[in-house]
Design a protein. Sequence first.
Length: 380
Amino acid sequence: MDFKLSQEQQMLQDTAARLVRDAYGFEQRERYLDSAKGFSDEFWQQLGELGLTAVPFAEQFDGIGGNGVDVMLVARELGRGLCLEPWLHSVILAGGLIEQLGSATQKDQLLPQVASARLQLAVALDEPHSHYQLNDVQTRAEAVTGGWTINGRKSMVVGGQSAGLIVLSARVAGDARDDRGISLFLLDPSSPGVSIREYPTMDGRRACDLFLDNVFVSCAGVLGSVGNAHDALRYQQGRAIAAQCAQAVGSLEATCALTLDYLKTRQQFGQVIGKFQALQHRMVEMHIELDQATSMAMLAACVADQPDSPERSRTLAAAKYIVCRAARFVADNGIQLHGGIGLTWEYVLSHHAKHLLMVARQFGDDDHHLQAYGEIMQDA
C-alpha cells in the first residue's frame, strides 16, 4: 500500500504545521487559556482564512472536499500544538451532522459560515447518566404550534459556552435507550429557558452543561427527519473518533519527543539518565505504543468517510481502543521518566498528559470500545 502523501496533502500538512508552530508556543497557549473564551479568536479566524476549517466540506459549501486522510493531517498538527479551539466538535462532528442531515436551506446558510470559521458550533449529545450511549437520551422535545419545546439537561458540551449554535439531541418518542425517536435540533444558546454552567475540563479546555426549561425551537431548527437521528449520530461520531485519534497521535509524538530530550539532558550520578538501560527500555515501550496508535489512526482515517457498515464500526472501535491505551501508557510513563517536573503546570508535558487522559475518555473509553468491538464480532 502506498502511504505517500499527494502534493496537495503535503501542502495542507505544512500549512497546519507552520500555523501551529508560529501561533501556539507554550506561553501563547497559556494566554489563550486565560482568555474569556478559553481559546484564541485570532487563531480560530486564521484556521478559517487558511481553509483548515473547510477541509471536510463539499466545494458547493465553500469547502475543499477533503477526505478522512486530509482531516487526519490537520488534526495531527492541532494535537501536537495542544490547540484549544473546538475544531473537532464544531467542524467535524457538528458540521458533519448538518451536512448529512440538513435541508438544502440549512446547509446553504450554515456550512459556508462553519467552513470560513465565521460560525462556531457545538454538539450536545451527552447526559449525566448516558455513559457514552448515544441512544440514552432523556431530554424530551414535545411538538407545539410552530415548533418544539425542549426540557432536560445536557452535559460536557465542549465549546458550548462560546458557540453560536448548538446541535442538540432530544427524544420525541419512545423510551430511554430506544434507537428510534431521537431528533436533532439547532439550538440558539441565547434562547429563553437555556441556562449554561461553564467549567474547565481536566486539560484546560472549556465545556458547559445545558439546562433546558421549556426552550422553544421552531420547525426550521429541526435537523433531518423527526425521530430518525440515531444512525447519523453514530456515523458522524465515527468520523469524530477518527479525527480525535489523529489529534492524540500528534500529542503522543510531542510527549515522546519531550521525554526523549529530557533523558538526553538530565544528569544523575555523573551521567545523563538516558544511558540507564531501564529507562531506555521504557522509552522504547513508549515508542512502540506510539507506532501502534499511529498505524490505527491512519487506518481509521482511511475508513472514516466510507459508508456505514459493521466493518467500518469495528475498525473505528479498534482504533479508539488502541489509541486510548497508548494515550494512558505514554502519559503515565512520560511523567514517570520526568519525575516531579512532569506534573507541574508550568511545563508543557503535564498539559499533554492531561490532554491524552481526556482523549482516552471522550467518545467512549477503551472498555466501551472493546465491548463494542466484541459485540460486532459476535454479530458477524
